[in-house]
Design a protein around this ligand. Sequence first.
Ligand SMILES: *[C@@H]1O[C@H](CO)[C@@H](O)[C@H](O)[C@H]1NC(C)=O
Ligand SMILES: *[C@@H]1O[C@H](CO)[C@@H](O)[C@H](O)[C@H]1NC(C)=O
Ligand SMILES: *[C@@H]1O[C@H](CO)[C@@H](O)[C@H](O)[C@H]1NC(C)=O
Length: 430
Amino acid sequence: MLTLKGLGVCELSLCCAFLLLLRGVQSDSSKTLELMSMYRLIDGHNDLPLHLRMLGNNKLSQFDLYNSPKTATDITRLKAGHVGGQMFAAYVLCTAQDKDAVRLALEQIDVIRRMCTEYPELELATTAAEMNATKKIACLISVEGGHAIDSSLPALRMFYQLGVRSMALTHTCNTPWAESSSLYYPYYKRENKSLTEFGKAVVHEMNRLGMLIDLSHSSWATAEAVLQLSKAPVIFSHSAAYKICNNPRNVPDKLLLMLKANGGLIMVNFYSDFIACGDQSDVSLVADHFDYLKHVIGAEHIGIGSDYDGASGFPQGLEDVSKYPALIGELLRRHWSEADLAGVLRLNFLRVFEKVEKIRDELRNTLPSEVSIPLAEAQNECRLVLRHPNSSKMVKSSGMQASNLLGSGALFWTVLFFHFMLLHKPTYLN
Ligand SMILES: *[C@@H]1O[C@H](CO)[C@@H](O)[C@H](O)[C@H]1NC(C)=O
Ligand SMILES: *[C@@H]1O[C@H](CO)[C@@H](O)[C@H](O)[C@H]1NC(C)=O
Ligand SMILES: *[C@@H]1O[C@H](CO)[C@@H](O)[C@H](O)[C@H]1NC(C)=O
Protein backbone atom coordinates (compact mmCIF):
# COMPACT_ATOMS: atom_id res chain seq x y z
CA MET A 1 0.00 0.00 0.00
CA LEU A 2 2.64 2.38 1.09
CA THR A 3 4.69 1.62 -1.96
CA LEU A 4 1.68 2.01 -4.21
CA LYS A 5 0.69 5.26 -2.57
CA GLY A 6 4.26 6.51 -2.89
CA LEU A 7 4.25 5.65 -6.58
CA GLY A 8 1.02 7.50 -7.01
CA VAL A 9 2.43 10.66 -5.49
CA CYS A 10 5.53 10.25 -7.58
CA GLU A 11 3.50 9.92 -10.78
CA LEU A 12 1.40 12.87 -9.78
CA SER A 13 4.37 15.13 -9.21
CA LEU A 14 5.96 13.92 -12.45
CA CYS A 15 2.76 14.77 -14.24
CA CYS A 16 2.62 18.17 -12.56
CA ALA A 17 6.22 18.84 -13.46
CA PHE A 18 5.46 17.94 -17.06
CA LEU A 19 2.43 20.23 -17.13
CA LEU A 20 4.42 23.03 -15.58
CA LEU A 21 7.16 22.52 -18.16
CA LEU A 22 4.58 22.57 -20.94
CA ARG A 23 3.06 25.74 -19.55
CA GLY A 24 6.54 27.21 -19.28
CA VAL A 25 7.24 26.40 -22.95
CA GLN A 26 3.89 27.80 -23.99
CA SER A 27 4.30 31.03 -22.04
CA ASP A 28 7.85 31.28 -23.38
CA SER A 29 6.65 31.12 -26.94
CA SER A 30 3.68 33.41 -26.38
CA LYS A 31 6.01 35.88 -24.68
CA THR A 32 8.30 35.69 -27.73
CA LEU A 33 5.46 36.34 -30.13
CA GLU A 34 4.01 39.11 -28.00
CA LEU A 35 7.39 40.84 -27.88
CA MET A 36 7.95 40.36 -31.60
CA SER A 37 4.54 41.79 -32.52
CA MET A 38 5.20 44.77 -30.31
CA TYR A 39 8.71 45.32 -31.69
CA ARG A 40 8.60 44.07 -35.24
CA LEU A 41 12.03 43.06 -36.47
CA ILE A 42 14.14 45.26 -38.73
CA ASP A 43 16.71 43.02 -40.44
CA GLY A 44 19.93 44.47 -41.84
CA HIS A 45 20.59 42.29 -44.85
CA ASN A 46 18.61 40.19 -47.31
CA ASP A 47 19.58 39.17 -50.85
CA LEU A 48 16.19 38.29 -52.32
CA PRO A 49 16.75 40.86 -55.12
CA LEU A 50 19.82 38.90 -56.25
CA HIS A 51 17.59 35.84 -56.69
CA LEU A 52 15.05 37.87 -58.63
CA ARG A 53 17.85 38.46 -61.10
CA MET A 54 19.35 34.98 -61.06
CA LEU A 55 16.07 33.07 -61.23
CA GLY A 56 14.05 35.34 -63.49
CA ASN A 57 16.16 38.19 -64.86
CA ASN A 58 14.32 40.63 -62.56
CA LYS A 59 10.99 39.95 -64.29
CA LEU A 60 8.75 40.37 -61.27
CA SER A 61 5.74 39.08 -63.21
CA GLN A 62 7.39 35.65 -63.21
CA PHE A 63 7.48 35.47 -59.40
CA ASP A 64 4.88 34.86 -56.77
CA LEU A 65 6.37 36.65 -53.81
CA TYR A 66 3.65 35.32 -51.51
CA ASN A 67 4.97 31.84 -52.03
CA SER A 68 8.51 31.40 -53.31
CA PRO A 69 9.85 27.96 -52.39
CA LYS A 70 13.16 28.53 -54.22
CA THR A 71 14.12 31.38 -51.91
CA ALA A 72 14.36 31.75 -48.14
CA THR A 73 12.29 34.92 -48.35
CA ASP A 74 8.68 35.53 -49.31
CA ILE A 75 5.92 37.73 -47.95
CA THR A 76 4.04 34.91 -46.21
CA ARG A 77 7.13 33.84 -44.30
CA LEU A 78 8.24 37.43 -43.59
CA LYS A 79 4.88 37.90 -41.86
CA ALA A 80 5.24 34.63 -39.96
CA GLY A 81 8.69 35.85 -38.83
CA HIS A 82 7.21 39.13 -37.53
CA VAL A 83 9.40 41.16 -39.84
CA GLY A 84 8.52 44.86 -39.88
CA GLY A 85 11.43 46.16 -41.92
CA GLN A 86 14.06 44.76 -44.23
CA MET A 87 17.15 46.23 -45.79
CA PHE A 88 17.27 44.74 -49.27
CA ALA A 89 20.67 44.56 -50.91
CA ALA A 90 21.12 46.10 -54.34
CA TYR A 91 24.03 43.75 -54.84
CA VAL A 92 26.41 44.10 -57.74
CA LEU A 93 28.85 41.37 -58.63
CA CYS A 94 32.50 42.25 -58.21
CA THR A 95 33.16 40.97 -61.73
CA ALA A 96 31.13 44.01 -62.88
CA GLN A 97 33.65 46.42 -61.36
CA ASP A 98 34.89 48.85 -64.03
CA LYS A 99 32.37 47.33 -66.43
CA ASP A 100 28.62 47.74 -65.99
CA ALA A 101 28.38 47.88 -62.19
CA VAL A 102 26.46 51.15 -62.25
CA ARG A 103 23.81 49.78 -64.66
CA LEU A 104 23.49 46.56 -62.65
CA ALA A 105 23.06 48.52 -59.44
CA LEU A 106 20.38 50.68 -61.07
CA GLU A 107 18.56 47.54 -62.20
CA GLN A 108 18.66 46.08 -58.67
CA ILE A 109 17.38 49.36 -57.23
CA ASP A 110 14.60 49.27 -59.81
CA VAL A 111 13.55 45.74 -58.92
CA ILE A 112 13.52 46.53 -55.18
CA ARG A 113 11.48 49.66 -55.81
CA ARG A 114 9.06 47.69 -57.99
CA MET A 115 8.73 44.85 -55.49
CA CYS A 116 8.13 47.24 -52.61
CA THR A 117 5.57 49.37 -54.43
CA GLU A 118 3.68 46.67 -56.39
CA TYR A 119 3.03 44.35 -53.44
CA PRO A 120 0.59 46.01 -51.01
CA GLU A 121 2.16 44.26 -47.99
CA LEU A 122 5.49 46.04 -48.61
CA GLU A 123 6.33 49.71 -48.36
CA LEU A 124 9.36 51.52 -49.66
CA ALA A 125 10.83 53.66 -46.86
CA THR A 126 13.52 56.30 -46.96
CA THR A 127 13.43 57.68 -43.41
CA ALA A 128 13.53 56.26 -39.88
CA ALA A 129 10.11 57.81 -39.22
CA GLU A 130 8.61 56.04 -42.27
CA MET A 131 10.12 52.72 -41.21
CA ASN A 132 8.73 53.20 -37.73
CA ALA A 133 5.29 54.37 -38.77
CA THR A 134 4.29 51.75 -41.31
CA LYS A 135 2.18 48.75 -40.37
CA LYS A 136 3.47 47.06 -43.53
CA ILE A 137 6.91 45.56 -44.08
CA ALA A 138 9.20 48.52 -44.68
CA CYS A 139 11.86 48.15 -47.36
CA LEU A 140 15.10 50.08 -47.20
CA ILE A 141 17.42 49.98 -50.20
CA SER A 142 21.07 49.25 -49.51
CA VAL A 143 23.77 49.17 -52.19
CA GLU A 144 26.18 46.33 -51.53
CA GLY A 145 29.60 47.19 -52.83
CA GLY A 146 31.13 50.63 -53.39
CA HIS A 147 32.22 49.58 -56.87
CA ALA A 148 28.60 50.40 -57.81
CA ILE A 149 29.36 54.14 -57.71
CA ASP A 150 32.36 53.78 -60.05
CA SER A 151 34.41 56.18 -57.89
CA SER A 152 31.94 59.01 -58.45
CA LEU A 153 30.33 61.16 -55.76
CA PRO A 154 27.70 62.43 -58.22
CA ALA A 155 26.72 58.78 -58.83
CA LEU A 156 26.51 58.26 -55.05
CA ARG A 157 24.23 61.30 -54.74
CA MET A 158 21.98 60.06 -57.52
CA PHE A 159 21.64 56.68 -55.79
CA TYR A 160 20.50 58.61 -52.72
CA GLN A 161 17.91 60.38 -54.88
CA LEU A 162 16.58 56.98 -55.96
CA GLY A 163 15.97 56.07 -52.33
CA VAL A 164 19.21 54.31 -51.39
CA ARG A 165 19.89 54.88 -47.69
CA SER A 166 22.82 52.58 -47.01
CA MET A 167 25.94 51.43 -48.84
CA ALA A 168 28.52 48.80 -48.02
CA LEU A 169 31.86 50.37 -48.94
CA THR A 170 33.08 47.13 -50.49
CA HIS A 171 31.86 43.68 -51.34
CA THR A 172 34.46 40.97 -51.89
CA CYS A 173 36.68 43.24 -54.02
CA ASN A 174 38.73 46.30 -53.24
CA THR A 175 37.55 49.49 -54.86
CA PRO A 176 40.06 52.12 -55.97
CA TRP A 177 39.39 53.81 -52.61
CA ALA A 178 38.55 51.16 -49.98
CA GLU A 179 39.72 47.68 -49.13
CA SER A 180 37.76 44.42 -48.87
CA SER A 181 38.12 41.76 -46.19
CA SER A 182 38.41 39.27 -49.03
CA LEU A 183 41.55 38.73 -51.08
CA TYR A 184 39.68 36.82 -53.75
CA TYR A 185 39.78 39.40 -56.54
CA PRO A 186 43.04 40.87 -57.84
CA TYR A 187 41.62 44.39 -58.26
CA TYR A 188 43.33 47.39 -56.73
CA LYS A 189 45.76 45.63 -54.46
CA ARG A 190 47.87 48.13 -52.61
CA GLU A 191 49.60 48.81 -49.37
CA ASN A 192 48.62 51.32 -46.69
CA LYS A 193 45.66 52.60 -48.60
CA SER A 194 42.75 51.14 -46.70
CA LEU A 195 40.88 54.39 -47.18
CA THR A 196 42.33 56.79 -49.76
CA GLU A 197 41.67 60.52 -49.86
CA PHE A 198 38.77 59.81 -52.19
CA GLY A 199 37.55 57.12 -49.78
CA LYS A 200 37.49 59.74 -47.05
CA ALA A 201 35.46 62.00 -49.34
CA VAL A 202 32.95 59.13 -49.79
CA VAL A 203 32.60 58.84 -46.00
CA HIS A 204 32.08 62.60 -45.63
CA GLU A 205 29.56 62.66 -48.46
CA MET A 206 27.60 59.74 -46.98
CA ASN A 207 27.52 61.60 -43.65
CA ARG A 208 26.33 64.72 -45.43
CA LEU A 209 23.62 62.86 -47.37
CA GLY A 210 22.42 60.85 -44.38
CA MET A 211 23.35 57.45 -45.76
CA LEU A 212 24.23 54.57 -43.44
CA ILE A 213 27.83 53.45 -43.88
CA ASP A 214 27.96 49.65 -43.89
CA LEU A 215 31.32 48.09 -42.99
CA SER A 216 30.40 44.44 -43.49
CA HIS A 217 32.82 43.09 -46.17
CA SER A 218 35.37 45.88 -45.59
CA SER A 219 38.84 45.03 -44.35
CA TRP A 220 39.50 45.69 -40.69
CA ALA A 221 41.93 48.47 -41.59
CA THR A 222 39.29 50.16 -43.72
CA ALA A 223 36.68 49.70 -40.99
CA GLU A 224 39.05 51.24 -38.45
CA ALA A 225 39.79 54.22 -40.69
CA VAL A 226 36.06 54.80 -41.24
CA LEU A 227 35.26 54.43 -37.55
CA GLN A 228 37.84 57.12 -36.81
CA LEU A 229 36.47 59.44 -39.46
CA SER A 230 32.69 59.09 -39.61
CA LYS A 231 30.66 61.76 -37.84
CA ALA A 232 27.63 59.45 -37.84
CA PRO A 233 27.23 55.98 -36.37
CA VAL A 234 28.01 53.13 -38.78
CA ILE A 235 26.72 49.59 -39.11
CA PHE A 236 28.02 46.16 -39.86
CA SER A 237 24.80 45.02 -41.58
CA HIS A 238 25.63 41.30 -41.64
CA SER A 239 28.68 40.18 -39.64
CA ALA A 240 29.24 38.19 -36.45
CA ALA A 241 31.81 38.02 -33.61
CA TYR A 242 35.37 37.15 -34.68
CA LYS A 243 36.19 35.88 -31.20
CA ILE A 244 33.64 33.06 -31.63
CA CYS A 245 34.36 32.29 -35.28
CA ASN A 246 37.68 33.42 -36.76
CA ASN A 247 36.44 34.49 -40.16
CA PRO A 248 37.72 37.81 -41.56
CA ARG A 249 34.09 38.75 -42.35
CA ASN A 250 33.47 38.87 -38.62
CA VAL A 251 34.32 41.75 -36.30
CA PRO A 252 37.24 41.59 -33.83
CA ASP A 253 36.97 43.00 -30.31
CA LYS A 254 39.07 46.07 -31.09
CA LEU A 255 36.62 47.17 -33.77
CA LEU A 256 33.63 46.24 -31.60
CA LEU A 257 34.85 48.66 -28.94
CA MET A 258 35.35 51.39 -31.54
CA LEU A 259 31.83 50.64 -32.81
CA LYS A 260 30.44 51.09 -29.32
CA ALA A 261 32.20 54.44 -28.99
CA ASN A 262 30.83 55.42 -32.42
CA GLY A 263 27.28 54.57 -31.33
CA GLY A 264 26.91 52.07 -34.16
CA LEU A 265 25.46 48.63 -34.62
CA ILE A 266 26.55 45.13 -35.47
CA MET A 267 23.69 43.19 -37.04
CA VAL A 268 24.41 39.51 -36.59
CA ASN A 269 24.70 37.31 -39.70
CA PHE A 270 23.17 33.82 -39.42
CA TYR A 271 25.24 32.16 -42.17
CA SER A 272 26.79 28.99 -40.70
CA ASP A 273 30.24 29.77 -42.11
CA PHE A 274 30.36 32.94 -40.00
CA ILE A 275 28.55 31.50 -36.97
CA ALA A 276 30.37 28.21 -36.62
CA CYS A 277 33.20 28.50 -39.18
CA GLY A 278 31.66 25.47 -40.87
CA ASP A 279 28.47 24.23 -42.45
CA GLN A 280 26.83 22.92 -39.26
CA SER A 281 25.23 25.27 -36.79
CA ASP A 282 22.07 25.80 -34.78
CA VAL A 283 20.09 28.42 -32.90
CA SER A 284 22.18 27.99 -29.79
CA LEU A 285 25.44 28.74 -31.61
CA VAL A 286 23.88 31.90 -33.06
CA ALA A 287 22.76 32.89 -29.55
CA ASP A 288 26.38 32.43 -28.39
CA HIS A 289 27.39 35.29 -30.71
CA PHE A 290 24.66 37.47 -29.20
CA ASP A 291 25.78 36.61 -25.65
CA TYR A 292 29.39 37.37 -26.50
CA LEU A 293 28.60 40.67 -28.22
CA LYS A 294 26.40 41.74 -25.32
CA HIS A 295 29.24 40.95 -22.95
CA VAL A 296 31.71 43.08 -24.95
CA ILE A 297 29.64 46.08 -26.11
CA GLY A 298 26.16 45.79 -24.59
CA ALA A 299 22.84 44.89 -26.16
CA GLU A 300 22.20 48.41 -27.43
CA HIS A 301 24.80 47.95 -30.19
CA ILE A 302 23.40 44.68 -31.52
CA GLY A 303 20.89 43.96 -34.25
CA ILE A 304 20.00 41.17 -36.65
CA GLY A 305 21.27 40.98 -40.25
CA SER A 306 20.39 37.45 -41.23
CA ASP A 307 21.82 37.43 -44.78
CA TYR A 308 18.93 35.22 -45.97
CA ASP A 309 19.24 34.45 -49.68
CA GLY A 310 22.78 35.78 -49.56
CA ALA A 311 24.37 32.42 -48.83
CA SER A 312 23.49 28.76 -48.62
CA GLY A 313 23.96 27.02 -45.31
CA PHE A 314 21.86 28.43 -42.48
CA PRO A 315 21.57 27.04 -38.94
CA GLN A 316 19.20 24.25 -38.10
CA GLY A 317 16.05 25.98 -36.87
CA LEU A 318 16.86 29.26 -38.65
CA GLU A 319 16.44 28.21 -42.26
CA ASP A 320 14.31 31.05 -43.57
CA VAL A 321 12.65 34.38 -42.73
CA SER A 322 9.81 32.73 -40.80
CA LYS A 323 12.22 31.37 -38.16
CA TYR A 324 13.37 34.48 -36.24
CA PRO A 325 11.11 33.64 -33.24
CA ALA A 326 13.33 30.60 -32.54
CA LEU A 327 16.27 32.92 -31.88
CA ILE A 328 14.31 35.43 -29.79
CA GLY A 329 12.89 32.53 -27.75
CA GLU A 330 16.40 31.24 -27.14
CA LEU A 331 17.63 34.69 -26.02
CA LEU A 332 14.65 34.99 -23.64
CA ARG A 333 15.60 31.61 -22.17
CA ARG A 334 19.10 33.01 -21.71
CA HIS A 335 17.59 35.81 -19.62
CA TRP A 336 17.87 38.62 -22.10
CA SER A 337 15.54 41.35 -20.88
CA GLU A 338 12.59 42.48 -22.96
CA ALA A 339 14.13 45.95 -23.20
CA ASP A 340 17.37 44.48 -24.60
CA LEU A 341 15.44 42.40 -27.12
CA ALA A 342 13.24 45.33 -28.16
CA GLY A 343 16.50 47.08 -29.00
CA VAL A 344 17.94 44.12 -30.90
CA LEU A 345 14.73 43.62 -32.85
CA ARG A 346 14.06 47.18 -33.88
CA LEU A 347 14.86 50.14 -31.65
CA ASN A 348 18.65 50.04 -31.97
CA PHE A 349 18.43 50.28 -35.74
CA LEU A 350 15.92 53.13 -35.59
CA ARG A 351 18.13 54.97 -33.11
CA VAL A 352 21.18 54.65 -35.39
CA PHE A 353 19.24 55.63 -38.51
CA GLU A 354 17.77 58.67 -36.71
CA LYS A 355 21.25 59.71 -35.58
CA VAL A 356 22.51 59.42 -39.16
CA GLU A 357 19.63 61.71 -40.19
CA LYS A 358 20.46 64.12 -37.39
CA ILE A 359 24.08 64.41 -38.56
CA ARG A 360 22.75 65.04 -42.09
CA ASP A 361 20.62 67.88 -40.71
CA GLU A 362 23.61 69.34 -38.89
CA LEU A 363 25.59 69.29 -42.14
CA ARG A 364 22.84 70.91 -44.21
CA ASN A 365 24.97 74.00 -44.86
CA THR A 366 27.77 71.92 -46.34
CA LEU A 367 27.70 71.90 -50.12
CA PRO A 368 27.87 68.67 -52.13
CA SER A 369 31.48 67.57 -52.44
CA GLU A 370 33.23 68.23 -55.72
CA VAL A 371 36.12 65.91 -54.95
CA SER A 372 36.87 63.60 -57.83
CA ILE A 373 39.18 60.62 -57.84
CA PRO A 374 42.59 61.20 -59.48
CA LEU A 375 42.49 59.48 -62.84
CA ALA A 376 45.63 57.50 -62.03
CA GLU A 377 43.80 55.83 -59.13
CA ALA A 378 40.73 54.78 -61.08
CA GLN A 379 42.21 53.98 -64.43
CA ASN A 380 40.29 51.49 -66.48
CA GLU A 381 39.31 51.05 -70.10
CA CYS A 382 35.68 52.00 -69.53
CA ARG A 383 36.43 55.36 -68.03
CA LEU A 384 36.04 57.89 -70.77
CA VAL A 385 38.17 60.98 -70.52
CA LEU A 386 36.02 63.73 -71.89
CA ARG A 387 38.13 65.50 -74.50
CA HIS A 388 37.57 66.53 -78.05
CA PRO A 389 38.70 63.76 -80.32
CA ASN A 390 41.99 64.45 -82.06
CA SER A 391 40.72 66.39 -85.05
CA SER A 392 43.30 65.28 -87.60
CA LYS A 393 42.72 61.64 -86.65
CA MET A 394 38.99 62.22 -86.66
CA VAL A 395 38.91 63.45 -90.25
CA LYS A 396 41.13 60.68 -91.39
CA SER A 397 39.23 57.90 -89.67
CA SER A 398 35.78 59.22 -90.55
CA GLY A 399 36.89 59.49 -94.15
CA MET A 400 37.99 55.89 -93.97
CA GLN A 401 34.76 54.87 -92.33
CA ALA A 402 32.76 56.61 -95.02
CA SER A 403 34.62 54.90 -97.84
CA ASN A 404 34.39 51.57 -96.03
CA LEU A 405 30.71 52.03 -95.63
CA LEU A 406 30.36 52.93 -99.27
CA GLY A 407 32.47 49.95 -100.25
CA SER A 408 30.60 47.42 -98.18
CA GLY A 409 27.30 49.03 -99.13
CA ALA A 410 28.04 48.75 -102.82
CA LEU A 411 29.05 45.12 -102.38
CA PHE A 412 25.87 44.43 -100.44
CA TRP A 413 23.59 45.88 -103.10
CA THR A 414 25.45 44.09 -105.90
CA VAL A 415 25.11 40.74 -104.12
CA LEU A 416 21.44 41.44 -103.39
CA PHE A 417 20.81 42.40 -106.99
CA PHE A 418 22.33 39.22 -108.43
CA HIS A 419 20.65 37.13 -105.76
CA PHE A 420 17.32 38.64 -106.72
CA MET A 421 18.03 38.22 -110.42
CA LEU A 422 18.96 34.58 -110.03
CA LEU A 423 16.01 33.76 -107.79
CA HIS A 424 13.43 35.48 -109.95
CA LYS A 425 15.10 34.84 -113.25
CA PRO A 426 12.21 32.99 -114.93
CA THR A 427 9.57 35.56 -114.03
CA TYR A 428 11.83 38.39 -114.89
CA LEU A 429 12.90 37.14 -118.24
CA ASN A 430 9.52 35.97 -119.29
C1 LIG B 1 8.08 55.17 -33.35
O1 LIG B 1 6.71 55.26 -33.13
C2 LIG B 1 6.35 55.24 -31.77
C3 LIG B 1 4.83 55.14 -31.70
O2 LIG B 1 4.22 56.10 -32.49
C4 LIG B 1 6.91 56.47 -31.10
O3 LIG B 1 6.57 56.47 -29.74
C5 LIG B 1 8.42 56.47 -31.26
O4 LIG B 1 8.97 57.64 -30.76
C6 LIG B 1 8.81 56.34 -32.72
N1 LIG B 1 10.22 56.13 -32.84
C7 LIG B 1 10.94 56.58 -33.86
C8 LIG B 1 12.37 56.23 -33.83
O5 LIG B 1 10.48 57.23 -34.77
C1 LIG C 1 53.05 50.56 -44.95
O1 LIG C 1 53.04 50.88 -43.56
C2 LIG C 1 53.95 50.13 -42.82
C3 LIG C 1 53.71 50.45 -41.36
O2 LIG C 1 53.35 51.77 -41.19
C4 LIG C 1 55.36 50.45 -43.29
O3 LIG C 1 56.28 49.67 -42.58
C5 LIG C 1 55.47 50.12 -44.79
O4 LIG C 1 56.72 50.52 -45.28
C6 LIG C 1 54.39 50.85 -45.56
N1 LIG C 1 54.42 50.45 -46.98
C7 LIG C 1 54.33 51.29 -47.99
C8 LIG C 1 54.36 50.70 -49.37
O5 LIG C 1 54.23 52.49 -47.83
C1 LIG D 1 46.67 63.86 -82.85
O1 LIG D 1 46.93 63.06 -83.98
C2 LIG D 1 48.21 63.32 -84.58
C3 LIG D 1 48.29 62.50 -85.87
O2 LIG D 1 47.86 61.19 -85.69
C4 LIG D 1 49.31 62.96 -83.58
O3 LIG D 1 50.57 63.26 -84.13
C5 LIG D 1 49.10 63.76 -82.32
O4 LIG D 1 50.01 63.37 -81.33
C6 LIG D 1 47.68 63.57 -81.78
N1 LIG D 1 47.46 64.42 -80.65
C7 LIG D 1 46.89 63.97 -79.52
C8 LIG D 1 46.70 64.99 -78.46
O5 LIG D 1 46.54 62.82 -79.36
